[in-house]
Structure formats: C-alpha cells, structure tokens
Write a protein that binds this ligand. Sequence first.
Ligand code: HEM
Length: 469
Amino acid sequence: MASISLLDASIAILCFLIFHFLLFKKPHDRFLRNWPVLGMLPGLLMVLHRIHDFSVEVLENTDLTFPFKGPWFTGMDVLVTVDPANIHYMLSSNFSNYTKGADAKEVLDVFGEMIFSSEGELWKIQRKAAQSMLTNQWFRKLSVSATRKKEMVVDLQDVFQRFTFDTTFVLVTGFDPKSLSVEMPEVEYANALDDLGDGILYRHIKPKFLWKLQNRIGFGQEKRMIEADATFDRISAKYISAKRKEVRSSKGIDHHQLNGESEDLLTSQIKLDPTKETVASALTWFFWLLSENPRVVTKIRQEIISKTIPERNGEENLDKLVYLQGALYESMRLYPPVPFQRKSPIKPDLLPSGHKVDANSTIMIFLYALGRMRAVWGEYALEFKPERWISQTGSLRDEPSFKFLSFNAGPRTCPGKHLAMTIMKKVAVEILQNYDIEVIKGQKIEPDPGFILYMKHGLQVTITKRCSP
Ligand code: HEM
C-alpha cells in the first residue's frame, strides 16, 4: 500500500512538473532549453517557422539581449541583441571592430563579390561606386503607369516583385523585361530568389560542415541554391550581353555612357542584388497595414489632395507628403524588409549591455523584434501609428537609426534610402489616387522566415478602379 502511494505521489509530482513546464513556463524557457550536446537547436527548430514573432517574445523577456547556445563544438553560439546601446556601439561608435564575420562571405557566396558581404578596401570602393550611381539623375527617373482595367484580383506581393524587377532592369540596363504585364508571365527569377532566401537562412542554423557537404555533393536545399544561382547567371548574362551589344553599336539609350569599369558595375548591379527585394517587401506590408487601418488611407488621400500640385508629378510633390512618409516608416518599423543583421568582433569586447563577446563570435541583431520592443518604442509598440513620426509642428520626427534600423546605421547606412523612399511614395500615391485595394478575407498573413521579410503566402487583393480621386 505504501509503495503504491509512493508511485502515485511520484506520478503526481511528475505530472505536476510537466504541466507546470508546459503551461506556466514562458514560451522561450520552454523552447530554448539548453540540452546537453544539442544546445538550444531542438527548440529553435520547433519555432523556426515563426522565428520573428518568437524573437519578440524572447527579447522582451530577456532585457533585449539573449545568448543562444548552439550544439557543442559547432561554433553556432550566437548573441542575439536588440539593445539600441549595443547597436549604436557596433554599427557606429566602434564600427572598426565589427565586421560581418569571416563566415558572411561564405554564407552569402551566391551574391558573389557584392557590397553586402565585402569588407575593408573592397567595400570602400564598392560603396563609392554605389553612391555615385545612386546620385546620378537618370537613376531617379521613374514612371508608374496605371492599368485601365476596372477590377481584378492579384497577389499584390507578386505585383510589387515584378514591378521592382522591371524597374531595376530598366534603370540599370535600359531594357524592360515586362514581367509586370497583363499576362503575368512566369518569372523563374522569383522562384530562384525564394530558394536563395531559404538557403541563406538554413546556412545560419545548420552546422557549417553540413551545409558545405550538401553543397559539394549537390543535395537538398544546397542543390536548390546551386540551381537558383545558375538561373540568376543565365538571366544576367542575357541582359548584359544585350546591353554590351547596344553600347558597342552606339545605338539606343546612352544614359549610362559605359566604359570598362561601368560594365563591371553593371554586371554586379544586374546580378539581381537584394536591394529591389526590399522595396517590394516594404510596399506589400505597407498596403496590408493600410487595409487594416482605413483611417490612415483617408489621411494619406487628404494629404495628397491638400499638398500636391497635380500638374507636377516630381520629387517636389513627394517631399511634401510627410504623413505618407511617416506611414511608410511606421510600416518598416514593424516589418523591416531586412529582418536580420549579423556582426562579428575582430577583437574581444564588452558590449554596453554588459555582455562579453569573443573575437570572431557571432552577434545577430533582430530588426523585426527591435521595432516591437516596448522598452524601445513605448507601450503601444505593436500598434501601427504613423502619428508617432509626426512632430508637433507637423514635420517628420527624426528617430535615431540605432532605434529605427530598417535602413541600417553608421558608415554602412543604406545609400539607396532616398531612392527607395521616392519609389515607394510614388507607387503609394499612384495607387491610392487611382485604386481601392481590398484584401481578400480568410488569408493567413505571416512573415516568411527568410533573408528578406516577405509574406509567406503572398497577399491576395481585389483592386478596383476609383471613380473620383
Ligand atoms: C525599402 C527599401 C530598402 C531598405 C529597407 C534597405 C535597407 C538596407 C539595409 C538594412 C542595408 C544593410 C544591409 C547589411 O549590411 O546587411 C542596406 C544596404 C544597402 N542598400 Fe539598401 N535598402 C533599401 C533599398 C535600397 C535601394 C533601392 C538601393 C539601391 C538601388 C539600396 C542599396 C543598398 C546598398 C548598395 C547597400 C550596401 C551598403 C554598404 O554595405 O555599405 N538599398 N540597405
């Protein structure tokens, strides 16, 4: 009898512990348990499909910085932080000690010798080249033409991806691939990009030896990446060769005045860098947030009517649209198109948060979580409030870049910010003046855990032509 009672008591205690563990432990305690040998990897794999929202829960509960422990001896330990003091320290005041890390080049090898993964002298040269391209007047010219169809159902994310794909090609090469046309032709590039994004994410969470082996034998996700890269090269080669032909025969558009050096630049630009993806991602989340907040749409439309001069459709009109700019910033605060940043110290260091970091260790900044931290953005951090960007005098409120990191901070601040804002404002004005957009009910809206913050299932909407502006 006594032994049965002991058994009963043991089972009861065990049940209580399991019950307590499952129900009363915070989600991050439950999932990110540090197991012998495997570290926190099992828990991470369980929440990987919702890594962005999970990171918000974790970082909100761990004072903005969390040390992730990977499996033993795999070098996968990562210090995750959204502490603005750490961000400012690594990206600006102590910039010279923080690179993207020795691994970054390997993880991002699909993008070749691109500015995003380069460091030191090569980065300086590439940055100068990118800046001079972006300040070229022709690069700022952009036209958005509206279709005459009265009503249609489309995947808005797909539309924006096609739009940015076409405009980048037109701006860089002068050729229009017309992927955004009424027929909506198959864009093999889009699938290739998905595969690359997934692959880059998996390279961050798989032991290096494993993905390298998979790459060598062409297996699984790595095989898909190799195929995607080949697709990119094939598409790029086609347009580069057409452009070279055009330049050599000295016919057609001459606005690039290509020489040998700029042909190389063209090659790297056309290698479908991820910059245009950021614009497509930002616009998709923006229009989804607008559909959830009709009062913001009304305010933007009123601003367009009251502040712009219809005959002028240039930048001088767009610069006056302060509320629209605030709404776009607010959308990118909640849905930053580049959701992660990776840093690695050259020398051991002590971060302002008090965390010690070893040389060559990995530090990740989760921008999605940063934009949602109550400690950073206040009690209503999760709400979409464009007003938070408007000062009492009605001008745009400046938020420090280590708090609003969507365009990065310090010497590596995004040089395309002005261009991106111009494009997005122009697209928003054109659409809001001419169309009503209604999101089709019943869709699951969730971020894809990739390199660029896309919607996992796209955004199905009905677009209806407006009768009056
Ligand atoms: C909404 C649109 C955009 C967002 C949110 C954005 C954001 C960013 C971020 C976060 C970085 C730092 C990435 C890293 O170091 O890992 C970056 C870098 C960069 N962006 Fe943008 N970007 C946007 C649009 C553009 C556009 C349109 C261009 C040019 C056509 C551009 C050109 C660049 C370049 C060249 C860099 C590398 C800078 C460097 O490493 O020195 N971006 N951008």
